[in-house]
Design a binder for this molecule. Structure first.
Ligand code: SF4
Length: 230
């Protein structure tokens, strides 16, 4: 059984510069760091290639960054090494999004602190199924994955640390799941609440729009998918 958090160097599946397409930072230029590994098991996951950390898929930085390797490949890097890579890649964005996979499987305090000290704003996108270990100034986007195949629960510490709760929905039961999470005493009462339709389905979008109006919540669309960027 794997012990968490994963320590030492981070296993990176992808790193690229784009525009943040979702949630409260929508439209902001951002460097995305996608970490390898996720045991949560969402059936509609669009990054299933990040689930397994296969030691045989370790590749060089260059092979992964130019996507010359299978999509479940990864390279290992330290926090300082990642900062150096930003310079060699010529990235211009000053906002960093750490995603996955499930990034909270890792102890992210070294990476988030290095980036914040270097002048970046940092956001982590997590399912809420692991304790979140990040620098205090990190923006935490919690996209709760409730009752998924991996059998993980949403942990109190993640609900308390959330700056933003961005809930994926397709049907009414998902709104009810969110209500149950918001009713938990640990949940940050100041967290911004977003509903995000799953997979751009029309029914899900209609439900999200109606519920946002009713509850005064905000709508999060995966705008990068509508405009065809990463
Ligand atoms: S938590 Fe994220 S990466 Fe993991 S299975 Fe769910 S959607 Fe995919």
């Amino acid at each position: 059984m794997q012990e968490y958090p994963l320590s030492n160097s981070l296993k990176i599946n992808e790193m690229f510069e784009t525009i943040q397409g979702e949630g409260s930072f929508t439209g902001m230029p951002a460097i995305f760091i996608r970490l390898q590994g996720c045991p949560v098991g969402c059936p509609w996951c669009d990054t299933k290639h990040t689930w397994e950390i296969n030691p045989e898929r370790e590749q060089s930085v260059q092979q992964v960054l130019v996507k010359q390797a299978p999509d479940d490949s990864w390279f290992s890097e330290t926090a300082d090494g990642i900062l150096r890579l930003f310079a060699t890649q010529g990235y211009l964005a000053k906002h960093v999004v750490i995603t996955g996979g499930e990034p909270a499987m890792y102890d992210l305090r070294p990476l988030t602190s290095v980036l914040i000290d270097a002048g970046y704003s940092v956001q982590i996108e997590t399912s809420g199924t692991f304790e979140i270990l990040v620098d205090d100034k990190t923006w935490v986007t919690l996209s709760p994955k409730v009752n998924m195949q991996g059998g993980y629960e949403i942990v109190d510490q993640a609900l308390a640390r959330a700056d933003e709760i961005k809930h994926p929905i397709a049907m009414l039961k998902h709104v009810e799941e969110l209500d149950a999470l918001l009713a938990r005493p640990a949940t940050n009462p100041a967290a911004q609440i977003f509903l995000q339709p799953i997979s751009q389905q029309k029914r899900a979008t209609d439900l999200a729009v109606a519920t946002c109006i009713q509850r005064n919540w905000r709508l999060s669309l995966q705008t990068h998918k509508y405009i065809g960027i990463e």
